[in-house]
Design a protein around this ligand. Structure first.
Ligand SMILES: NC(=O)c1ccc[n+]([C@@H]2O[C@H](COP(=O)([O-])OP(=O)(O)OC[C@H]3O[C@@H](n4cnc5c(N)ncnc54)[C@H](OP(=O)(O)O)[C@@H]3O)[C@@H](O)[C@H]2O)c1
Length: 283
């Protein structure tokens, strides 16, 4: 299974997204089963956020991971921008930890950049790292210029990841952001890697005949081809979301699918590599 280095440890390049999960009691058993199927298939990184279901996703993740050894997992959560202040961030982190039933996060991300001065949010994230409430911190929905600002801050050298929307049909990041992060060995967490299907963002990829042919040739699913493409560069961890245990197993197994140079070339013809700067896609 392909692995990526994140905060000095290796984790499988396919993780588990949890947006839209945890809010409906009737779905809880299936959602717990899906997350656990992912862990049992080898996934380590689980992505959640305080905003997902107003904490319900974190509560679900807390329940899902209970039977497993905490040290074997890499739990990521996110602080909502307006809470990322000197006054409030620690309170919000504590609430996330309580919902997750854990005493530390492996990584805490600033969910977006908004009104709060970046230096205040980053200083506070770093203070939490120094207090060992989080092992590392990063950002989300940041483009290169924002990352350069973070890098220039006093705690900038501790920037441990950036999470952005990245999939075959939204590959603007390949122009400048992926090379920027690769040069610094800062991993990219790729959200909506199979197309953000809740919002039907990029659903046409699933019907592309070339992608279907490649999937068939490898005896794989179209989802696995999309995920294998996303993690091809060695610094990207894809975090697909599914509430279905079978889909989850399929997704995690994509970490073993090796696409060929010919496959990549055929994919590039369908979804060309960007040749100019493209603004970030946002979900
Ligand atoms: N940082 C941010 O601002 C941000 C924004 C958006 C998302 N995220 C994170 O990224 C995660 C993933 O992004 P996303 O939820 O937008 O989109 P996504 O993972 O690209 O798409 C999720 C959808 O794909 C379906 N799906 C996934 N795997 C499948 C498979 N093997 N077969 C069939 N259907 C499959 C799921 O349905 P089923 O349940 O039916 O399988 C679900 O409807 C989120 O859950 C969240 O953790 C972060």
């Amino acid at each position: 299974m392909k692995q990526v280095e994140i905060n000095n440890q290796m984790v499988p390049a396919i993780g588990i997204g949890t947006w839209h999960m945890g809010s409906d009691q009737a779905k809880e058993a299936a959602e717990l089963a899906a997350i656990r199927a992912g862990i049992e298939a080898g996934a380590k990184l689980i992505d959640t956020a305080e905003i997902y279901g107003k904490g319900a996703s974190e509560t679900l993740v807390g329940k899902a991971i209970k039977p497993y050894s905490r040290e074997e997992l890499f739990v990521v959560s996110k602080v909502w921008p307006e809470n990322a202040t000197k006054q409030d961030l620690e309170k919000h982190l504590d609430a996330s930890l309580e919902r997750l039933q854990t005493d530390y996060l492996d990584m805490y991300l600033l969910h977006w950049r908004d009104q709060v001065p970046l230096e205040e949010s980053i200083a506070e994230l770093d203070r939490m790292r120094e207090k060992s409430k989080i092992k590392s911190w990063g950002v989300s929905n940041f483009d290169v210029a924002d990352l350069e600002e973070v890098e220039a801050l006093p705690a900038g050298k501790y920037l441990a990841a950036n999470e952005d929307l990245y999939n075959l049909n939204a590959r603007g990041l390949d122009f400048d952001l992926v090379p920027w992060q690769k040069e610094r060995n800062i991993p990219l967490l790729a959200y909506s890697p199979v197309g953000g299907l809740h919002n039907n963002l990029h659903a046409d990829m699933l019907d592309n005949p070339v992608i279907k042919q490649i999937a068939q040739k490898h005896d794989a699913s179209v989802y696995q081809v999309l995920l294998s493409w996303t993690i091809r560069d060695g610094i990207t961890i894809a975090i697909p979301q599914t509430a279905n245990a079978e889909h989850m197993k399929d997704n995690i197994a994509a970490g073993n699918l090796e696409l060929t140079a010919a496959d990549f070339a055929a994919i590039d013809e369908q979804y060309p590599r960007p040749t100019h700067k493209i603004p970030l896609d946002l979900d």
